[in-house]
Design a protein around this ligand. Sequence first.
Ligand code: MG
Length: 256
Amino acid sequence: MKVQQLVILAALMACGAAQAEIHGYADGPKLPGVPYCVHDPARPQPRIITTGGTVVVKAPSDAVVLFDGTSLDAWTPGWILKDGAMVAANRDIKSKESFGAIQLHLEWRLPAGREVDGQGGGNSGVFIMGLYEVQVLQSNNNKTYPDGQAGALYGQLPPLVNATSPQGEWQSYDIAFEPPIYKKGKVTQPAKVTVIHNGVVLQHGETYLGPTQHRKLASYPATHPETAPITLQFHGDPMEYRNIWVRPLGKRDLPN
Ligand code: MG
């Protein structure tokens, strides 16, 4: 290997090369398989696209409706019901029902007029099984470390593109998730997720390295629940949610 190649390799292996306008962590652990670290501000920014905005999908007949605009009863207490939306406040909330493999639809927005800067001002998150975050962040006209922007598997994998709508507009997530499979105490298939944002694929059958961590490399625990509640994150910001429903995904029907 030539000296020049070594220099390039060393630069690629260093984390958090200076990007003055992006807050991140230059001291994070290295992620496997890519030349980036957890919350690396130097990781390439996903391409910005515009979309048609929120895709409203009515709950199918076999869905468990977690919020239809009228009641917070499906959730632990803490958030506020306002004008047909759930407004984040006080603490994280959990669905009273537990789920494993699911299809999940929800819509979210950050009200207009709030100052947003990186991870601050417009942050929430969908924690599937209370463990695996699909990041919710007002990422339109707001740069942050790529594994922390809207639709990122937080701290692990940025979205394919930045499809975030302008602040104040509703936007949709459609998520399909499978929990990890354990055999004899070992993970034989990691947790798997597909994320569609405003009708655009951000994550396509990607896998989690383990339950979401902040500034740490994720890994799988020795034991894992089969089902668990969905958590919605309160990160200090009044993120709003509406039209939340889940379809538990069973095993494929056997042929007759
Ligand atoms: Mg978050």
